[in-house]
Design a protein around this ligand. Structure first.
Ligand SMILES: CC(C)(COP(=O)(O)OP(=O)(O)OC[C@H]1O[C@@H](n2cnc3c(N)ncnc32)[C@H](O)[C@@H]1OP(=O)(O)O)[C@@H](O)C(=O)NCCC(=O)NCCS
Length: 131
């Protein structure tokens, strides 16, 4: 269980709260990634002392995209983890090429391409150092 690695974004409409985005992450010491299947069992791979905060998925409701919600969600989650756990030294994720600029704007750097990540697309292993 890693509840602090799961954040949601909410908005209020007609007096009701509505969930408009979420980000999921786990911690581990892994460095070798080839295919999504290698990491897909996130609960088993999670290590509460891991130095690597791995972003599993980030999503924003289509009606609320391009308003800063995704960037805010991801940066808030990372900043909270950094403050809470001094043992985390970096954040990693695997992105599709279309989102490379999005993550670069948030301080992530390309580490390497993962040509076999998905059956239909390569992935980009990206990393942001927290030290
Ligand atoms: C990726 C995602 C989370 C971004 O959320 P968001 O709230 O729109 O992001 P922000 O508003 O903070 O940032 C917007 C910037 O992200 C980039 N971006 C967002 N969606 C994009 C897309 N589909 N293609 C290319 N760039 C995109 C653009 O640079 C955009 O800046 P611009 O509006 O000035 O062009 C959202 O598009 C989404 O949920 N996509 C589907 C799920 C997904 O692919 N998740 C990523 C898994 S690695």
């Amino acid at each position: 269980m890693f509840p602090s690695g799961f954040w949601v974004a909410e908005t209020k409409g007609n007096g009701k709260k509505m969930l408009i985005g979420y980000v999921m992450s786990c911690r581990w010491n892994r460095e070798e990634y080839h295919r999504f299947e290698d990491v897909a069992d996130f609960p088993s791979n999670h290590n509460p002392r891991g130095a690597n905060l791995y972003v599993i998925f980030l999503a924003v409701h289509p009606d609320f995209r391009r308003q800063g919600v995704g960037s805010e969600l991801l940066s808030s989650m990372i900043e909270a983890q950094r403050k809470k756990y001094t043992g985390i030294s970096k954040v990693q994720l695997v992105a599709l090429d279309t989102l490379r600029n999005f993550y670069e704007r948030m301080g992530f750097k390309l580490i390497r391409e993962l040509p076999e990540w998905l059956s239909y697309a390569a992935g980009l292993l990206m990393q942001k150092s927290l030290r």
